[in-house]
Design a protein around this ligand. Structure first.
Ligand code: DC
Length: 222
């Protein structure tokens, strides 16, 4: 079974997907990590972020892989180099929307994502999973929350890693990313028509995980 979890930045997709996958013993694919890894490589190679063809080629040739990490959080590799931490840097976060807006980049990563479906039971999180990557997914969830709450969550997440960002700056970054991800021409962020929409502003993580687990259980019973 494929479970697609889409939604804007900071809605809790990756935490929820990770917990859900470990609760069910399923595989978790963090598709944002793929876009982030390509962005990191582009920044390192000083490739201009407007060069769609070159970025697409980079995405096609990037050997991005995952391995299980502590607490079910996947470790991310580009070739044999671990980039788990590097892809979460503020520089990558600021550039990733621009890189992921290129059709050539999305096309290159599409095949990569679809190969995962072969893994059997998978939880896949991203922006266009239920609409473009796996339109036939048996379960589609669209997670959202107030923008101020999403900024607060992202800020706390970064603070745990020792990165201090003000609420104002976080809010500006999230709003910019929302606008970019929702406004792009190719595979914009939006809920699939058959997605279950969950507003998590006032929900705890466990509550969200249980709500999705219930939807999965319901679909499995058919
Ligand atoms: O989920 P995240 O914040 O790690 O995602 C980083 C960026 O990657 C996000 O701002 C847009 C892009 N992305 C995308 O365009 N499509 C996906 N399926 C996943 C992420």
């Amino acid at each position: 079974m494929i479970v697609a979890i889409d939604g804007p930045a900071g809605a809790g997709k990756s935490t929820v997907s990770r917990l859900l996958a470990s609760r069910l013993g399923w595989t978790y694919l963090d598709t944002g990590a793929l876009y982030r890894a390509v962005t990191l490589l582009a920044l390192e190679q000083e490739l201009p972020l407007a060069y769609g063809d070159e970025l697409g080629l980079l995405a096609r040739n990037a050997e991005i892989s995952f391995s299980p990490g502590p607490g079910g959080a996947p470790r991310v590799f580009a070739g044999c180099r671990e980039v788990t931490e590097a892809i979460r840097s503020p520089e990558v976060s600021a550039a990733v929307s621009q890189v992921s807006a290129h059709a050539q980049v999305r096309e290159a990563l599409l095949a990569h994502q679809r190969r995962f479906a072969a893994a059997g039971d998978v939880i896949v999180d991203g922006r266009d999973i239920g609409t473009v990557v796996f339109p036939g997914a048996e379960v589609k969830i669209f997670l959202t929350a107030d923008v101020a709450e999403r900024a607060r969550r992202r800020r706390l997440e970064l603070a745990e890693k020792g990165i201090g960002v003000t609420q104002e700056r976080m809010l500006a970054e999230i709003e910019a990313r929302d606008a970019y991800d929702s406004g792009r021409d190719v595979a914009p962020l939006r809920a699939a028509e058959d997605a279950v929409v969950l507003d998590t502003t006032e929900m705890g993580i466990d509550e969200v995980v249980s709500a999705i687990a219930d939807v999965i259980e319901e679909r499995r019973r058919g």
